[in-house]
Design a protein around this ligand. Structure first.
Ligand code: M6R
Length: 607
């Protein structure tokens, strides 16, 4: 995720900006840049690490007291020096940095191009600086008024910092749906995308609310709403050290990332539906595939992303009645799969760099299949190799165990499957209702997170167990697989997942008193069947955790947890969140190193 830092005060800006940007490195980034403001703007940008940027700058020649710095994690436009922030207006009098996504940037860009503005980058962010320039010229050259005018034109999410030579002792900050914090001390005023970057200067911190503009100067910070009404600026003492600040006050990155899921899902869905709830997926529209000749769709991935593949193939096959196959990339490449020009291969990879998945892409391309990547990392190898790429917008995932990347993959697979079904002239059952339910999924996940304490209590059952079994049918099966994988990865409790109907064909021999069985039953046609399978384990003394959204007679179970209402096609999202929590609290109870489990790497770039 991009990082923001800014300073104006009596000290030199450059050292503060550099150390702030280094504090934000943990968020992941691909390029970095700084603007210092004096009589003129001085901007440096570099692809790669902050050290590359530092090589360009001679600190002895940088006396400025005001500046902004940015670390970019690409979302629109590949990682490059040109796409790095800050972005300046054409006469280098205004400079901005931006976190978030400007949804209507194409419309604004067309308008600004028509007025003669020239764009230097491929980013959505660059429209903001030209828009501010245009508003500034039409607002009697009053920057606050220009920003108020500009902000009402912007759709999407943004944390924005603006500096200008017209007012070189100020930084203007604007916030909507992307975090931005301010700080103040005797030496000056500070801003950053997360408090970590402020701690070297101050602990007196104010978290901006959506719809606010702040004006930072050496001795004060003034706060306004987007209509120019002044609002009180209340600072609080920030109690955390730098390490826990990076984790947002959570005990681990995994816990933070579990809690980021409502936001990550919201960002992933942003801009995907028009006002009439029609799906927007130009990446697939322009694939150039003869859809009427399509024979089969493969979903290919590894690990957690493979579980997402099973979900994606089950959903599509059900709706579009086309042959759909989910396959692990490490097997696909060696099994001589039936892949030809009538095949669509969808490759799912959070990192976009997994060696087995990339090898599978090569094979599919050799055999003339159409290839689509679903990834979280812009410009990753997979996106460069495939014919089309759709992105999840989960932001960088730091914990090795995948959480928000998985749930956003499920969300994007619903969109992708809807699009493929449309191309195949098929319709999802209750499609309009599904889209409405999809759009309210961030709130569903918020409500799911309120069940955290219950999952913590249930995790106590697992802390002293060697084994656990996860069962589910249909769309609950990938959830069972993912729940078992999460538990194994971070708590080292051995866990297996089965189709619930398979239990009696062997694994039930392992059930003895106190064995933990997690049964997931959110799919109405088969919930009663899973319920019966779960009863069979109860009869053998198992400790059952039953996750459902169905009305069941709960009196027979010690532990039943009901997920918040949503369409059953989407229930695997909140159900996965609960299982992440179960694994998390088990690992915490066992004292495991949650973010860096033994033997595992975040990105598996070897076969
Ligand atoms: O980056 P990718 O999605 O391609 O990674 C695939 C797997 O290595 C990954 O999902 C792994 O299973 C995670 N550790 C799961 O938490």
């Amino acid at each position: 995720m991009c990082g923001i830092t800014g300073y104006t005060g009596s000290g030199k800006a450059l050292p503060f900006l550099l150390q702030g940007m280094k504090c934000l490195e943990y968020r992941g980034y691909d390029s970095a840049g700084i603007t210092l403001v004096g009589e003129a703007l001085t901007t440096w940008k570099a692809k790669g690490r902050i050290t590359e940027l530092e090589r360009m700058i001679d600190p002895a020649l940088c006396p400025e007291h005001t500046g902004i710095g940015h670390t970019r994690w690409a979302t629109h436009g590949v990682p490059s020096q040109l796409n790095a922030h800050p972005h300046n207006n054409m006469d280098d009098t205004i400079s901005i940095i931006h976190n978030g996504i400007i949804e209507n940037y194409m419309e604004l860009k067309r308008e600004l191009l028509g007025k003669g503005y020239v764009f230097a980058s491929e980013t959505d962010s660059e429209v903001v600086v030209h828009l501010i320039d245009d508003c500034w010229k039409n607002c009697g050259q009053d920057m606050l008024k220009a920003l108020q005018k500009a902000v009402h034109r912007l759709q999407g999410s943004f944390a924005l910092c603006v500096v200008t030579t017209y007012d070189p002792t100020r930084i203007y900050c604007l916030k909507k749906e992307s975090p931005l914090v301010l700080g103040h001390s005797a030496e000056g005023s500070y801003c950053a995308s997360d408090p970590t970057a402020l701690l070297a200067g101050t602990r007196e911190i104010l978290a901006m609310e959506d719809g606010q503009i702040a004006v930072l100067s050496k001795n004060r910070i003034d706060l306004y709403d987007f209509d120019g009404q002044e609002v009180p600026a209340v600072f609080v003492h920030y109690p955390y050290d730098a390490e826990s600040a990076q984790k947002g006050g959570y005990d681990s990155f995994m816990q933070k990332e579990i809690h980021e899921q409502p936001h990550a899902i919201r960002e992933t869905l942003r801009g995907r539906f028009d006002a009439d709830n029609r799906l927007i997926m130009e990446e697939i529209d322009s694939l150039g595939l003869n859809w009427s000749h399509l024979h089969r769709v493969y979903f290919i991935a590894c690990g957690t992303a493979y579980h997402a593949s099973i979900y994606g193939k089950t959903l599509l096959q059900r709706a579009a009645h086309i042959s759909c196959i989910a396959e692990t990339a490490s097997e696909f490449r060696y099994e001589d799969p039936i892949v030809d020009e009538h095949t669509l291969c969808i490759f799912i990879s959070q990192s976009g760099e997994t060696a087995d998945t990339l090898a599978a892409v090569r094979l599919a391309k050799e055999r003339h299949a159409a290839t689509v990547a679903l990834t979280n990392v812009l410009g990753s190898s997979i996106s460069r190799m495939c014919d089309a790429t759709v992105y999840t917008c989960a932001g960088p995932e730091i914990a090795v165990a995948s959480t928000k990347a998985y749930t956003t993959q499920l969300v994007m697979l619903v969109c992708l499957d809807l699009k493929i079904a449309e191309k195949l002239k098929a319709v999802f059952p209750e499609e309009e209702k599904l889209i409405r339910s999809l759009k309210s999924l961030p709130e569903t996940v918020e409500k799911t997170l309120e069940l955290e304490e219950t999952m913590k209590e249930y995790a106590q059952l697992l802390i002293h167990q060697h084994d656990a079994y996860f069962i589910g049918r249909q769309l609950d099966y990938p959830t069972a697989l993912e729940g078992a994988l999460k538990l194994k990865e971070i708590s080292y409790v051995h866990a297996d997942a089965y189709y619930a109907g398979e239990l009696k064909h062997g694994p039930i021999a392992l059930i003895e008193p106190e064995t933990v069985v997690v049964a997931i039953a959110t799919q109405k046609d088969v919930a009663a069947k899973t319920f019966s399978n779960m009863q069979e384990t109860l009869a053998r003394g198992a400790n059952v955790i039953f996750i459902t959204d169905q009305d069941t007679d709960a009196q027979d179970f010690a532990r039943v947890i009901r997920i918040p209402a949503c369409m059953e096609e989407l229930a695997p999202v909140p159900a996965a969140v609960l299982l992440q929590e179960l694994a998390y609290f088990t690992a915490e109870g066992k004292g495991c190193d949650i973010d860096k489990p033994r033997n595992l790497a975040k990105s598996v770039t070897v076969e």
